[in-house]
Write a protein that binds this ligand. Structure first.
Ligand SMILES: Cc1cc2nc3c(=O)[nH]c(=O)nc-3n(C[C@H](O)[C@H](O)[C@H](O)COP(=O)(O)O)c2cc1C
Length: 178
């Protein structure tokens, strides 16, 4: 099975979550795990102003995702940081290039899930994940969520998430990574 992990991460939290997903998926027999980045759309001067240049250097070794990667995958998980309670614009723009895949029905019946990160505890993980669900429902995909209640966590039945904290001081906890 080809398992695709596609994500965008500006400061590294979603990237850390993506690595944890990959570690877990590699334990599943006969699974090829592919990590890829959603292409950047912000100009370098904006990335510099928000302090994203250095954090992004640590993820440039991850290949950029293509539409062929998407069509070839058997299952996939999408990772996006919250942007005002919505998916990031980079992911939205990537989805807006998938009309051909939609027309061909390439994703119909495939299992997928979504994970997220927000700065604050109720900062919009759930609407962010739902915003991705909406697009993927149009693609005919089957949703899988996650949840646990035994400790404070970014996760919810909608999907996995983490809380990055203002200025990104907090990193994914053991249970969020699990
Ligand atoms: C334009 C913008 C909008 C954001 N909107 C929210 C928000 O609505 N709620 C929130 O908790 N965090 C918000 N954040 C914080 C990001 O979600 C946080 O930086 C991100 O989850 C960290 O993940 P990353 O390190 O993978 O980029 C926003 C950040 C930016 C740059």
């Amino acid at each position: 099975m080809k398992f695709l992990i596609l994500y965008y991460s500006m400061f590294g939290h979603v990237h850390r979550m993506a690595e944890a997903v990959a570690d877990g998926a590699r334990d599943v027999p006969d699974t090829e795990v592919i990590l890829c980045r959603i292409p950047e759309t912000l100009p370098p001067d904006v990335l510099e102003k928000v302090g994203a240049i250095e954090p992004q250097k640590s993820i440039t070794h991850i290949p950029v995702c293509t539409l062929q990667d998407l069509a070839a995958a058997d299952a996939m998980i999408f990772g996006t940081p919250t942007r005002f309670g919505n998916m990031c614009g980079q992911m939205r723009q990537f989805f807006d290039t998938t009309g051909g895949i939609w027309k061909a029905g390439s994703l119909v019946g495939k299992v997928r899930s979504v994970f997220s990160s927000s700065a604050t505890q109720h900062g919009g993980q759930e609407p962010t994940i739902l915003s991705v669900h909406t697009t993927l429902l149009y693609h005919g995909m089957i949703i899988a969520g996650q949840a646990r209640l035994d400790e404070i966590t970014g996760c919810s039945p909608y999907g996995t998430s983490t809380i990055a904290g203002n200025e990104g001081w907090r990193w994914p906890s053991e249970n969020e990574l699990a």
